[in-house]
Ligand binder design. Sequence first.
Ligand code: GLC
Ligand code: CA
Length: 569
Amino acid sequence: MERTRWYKDAVFYQIWPRSFCDGNGDGIGDLWGVLGKLDYIASLGVTGIWFSPLYPSPQADFGYDIADYYDINPEYGTLDVFRQVLEGAHERGLRVIMDLVVNHTSDECAWFVQSRSSRDNRYADWYVWRDGRTPGAPEAGGTPPNNWDSLFEGDAWEYEPARDQWYLHIFAKKQPDLNMDNPEVRAEVERIMRFWLEMGVDGFREDVITYISKDPALPDDNPLKPAARGMRFYDHGPRVHEYLRQFRHNVLDAYDCMTVGEAPMISAQKALEYCAEGPEQELDMMFTFEHMGADCVVTDWIPRPFDLRAYKRALGRWQTGLAQDAWNSLYLENHDHPRIISRYGSERYRVESGKSLACSYLFLRGTPFVYQGQEIGMTNTYLTRVEDSADVSTFNQVARLRKMGVPEAACLRLANRATRDHARTPMQWSAEPGAGFVGGDGTAQPWFPINTNYRQINVAAAEEDPDSLLAFYREAIALRRRLPVVREGSYRELKQASAQLYAHVREGVGQKLLVVCSFTGRTAYFSAPGDLPLAEAELCLCGYEDAPTEGNAFFLRPYECRVYLWQEV
Ligand code: GLC
Ligand code: CA
């Protein structure tokens, strides 16, 4: 099958199903809700949808704990409804990619239920089982096989009396890691891929895919490491490339599909090992976290405060690091990060900073992803008690902080900085009660509290306002899609040292594009170099109504952004 690499012209919209739209009135987002919003999604100008997991799941990690890879969570619909969504999406020119979570399953997955029941059943070796270092149950003094931490819930090991053994869970206890070294497990992964590709889906987002191969010795890590002990023995593990090539050669190569891998702590250099184009290419692109201010030092996951220069350096490293050898993915938000306006922009200049942030990534080389609600500028929520969180990783971080003696008020503050709840509040469709999210007669309690700002910030209000962030996203996406330089051009940064502005130039195929974004609530000044004569350029996009210049320069109002184009150069 010839690979057309259609994804290079794609723009994706990510749906986190539980909070997108409730069609049947039980307060939980679902596929009936999605069906009613396909026109809206298409109206953004995007060309694809990534669905966070839709599969049956006990929802310990909201679908990232899969109980059945071949079905749809009954709360969300049925395979038939999914087929309708797929067909409706395809009719509108939207591709659909699924989340593929194969580092681990749910502990309620039938394979694990069997696996844990004895040492000699059909699935006995499908998970990572080991004897304890000291035998016996933990209550009787038994100790786990090594000193690794899980990322979501205490130690990385859980004891199973029926086997008198421990299973590995890099995430929560309810997310046992699969044993990818077992060829039967890999064959099953191939089956899962084929099942969805045969149904017509267009590819996969592959969850924590760089974790799937563990160092078989499972050695102890440095005991003094404060968190994420063990990671160096399973991230980019010894056989990860072999396995990904197997999946590509045995399955993916037979379809004109795309894959994007999630890799929590990867550098551009390392990403080339997975994504460089050529016969050995494993994945089409990677989701990096480098520009997200991730910090793995104190606990697993407290994001650092925003630093524009660090943001620019990270984006630049990936733009120039992958250059023509591999393809980037571009995103600012997803279901794992707080809202970007609250983090990197300004809630006071919500619309302006939302526009500037959009501009700062939508014209880079790569495939952009827009997360539900990002396009209307949804902002963070606020937890008044840690216990109000619905996020297993937040509880884990707070438990660690408490153990370290961090005072309760600080725990709450850090939880509010990091929690994934921010991205998971229900989508704000209108100012009606239930925010237009709750379906049916609209009276059900939404599964998670709606952000109280929904009366001001919602899709219906944005549709009425020609200067809304929503209108800007539509314009920016349309512009990106009609300019070949965005796909083909080189990347060069201007004013690299500026702590106020992010300015970059894309150049190629007879076009030059200048993107200038302000990240300050004060006035900033930008003077264009001589080879970019503003008087000869077309102003394609501006965050404000007008765009005055002075000579070959201009002042930027709070969080202003502009995009200039030169043709036939
Ligand atoms: C990925 C997902 C996240 C999930 C984790 C474990 O990071 O994006 O939501 O909790 O993997 O599956
Ligand atoms: Ca529902």
